[in-house]
Design a protein around this ligand. Structure first.
Ligand SMILES: [Zn+2]
Length: 155
């Protein structure tokens, strides 16, 4: 399963990536409806949009239309509609900036790049092979888990 999120669903796309879901994002300046629809024709792809005009293509591609304005409500709707069960072990396995799966990297490699205080803890470090962003979820992971638990409880 792969998602393609429309330009108006940036925050939702970011959270889907945090949770480990494959979610492409089409920014406003690169929005090309024809191309987006073409990509959405691939098997297993679901187009996420707030644009009601795209519903004219619902016979060709799988589309989920969001009327919700807030990302938490959008995420709740998506989880419910697809009966998704987010798995904690998938959290922080994907770059939130470019959607690439992250690769584990040894602590030694980040010793210079990471702020000293993050090295005091037994964090697992990973890196995006595409943009080079280094991730160490650490305490942030607890906040994310809490947020997602609250969203799921609202279903
Ligand atoms: Zn990246």
């Amino acid at each position: 399963m792969k998602f393609i999120a429309d330009a108006m669903l940036g925050k939702l796309a970011k959270w889907l990536r945090i949770m480990g879901y494959d979610c492409g994002f089409v920014p406003h300046d690169r929005r090309d409806t024809a191309l987006m629809l073409l990509e959405a024709r691939e098997p297993g792809v679901i187009l996420l949009t707030r644009d009601t005009r795209l519903m004219a293509h619902r016979d060709e591609v799988r589309i989920i239309l969001f009327r919700e304005q807030r990302w938490r409500d959008q995420l709740r709707k998506l989880l419910k509609e697809l009966a998704l069960k987010p798995d904690e072990k998938d959290y922080f396995t994907r770059c939130t900036l470019c959607n690439e799966p992250l690769a584990d990297i040894p602590r030694e490699e980040v010793m210079k790049a990471a702020p000293a205080r993050t090295l005091e803890y037994e964090y697992a470090f990973s890196k995006c092979p595409a943009c080079g962003q280094i991730y160490w979820p650490g305490t942030h992971l607890d906040a994310v888990k809490k947020e997602i638990v609250e969203i799921i409880q609202g279903l």
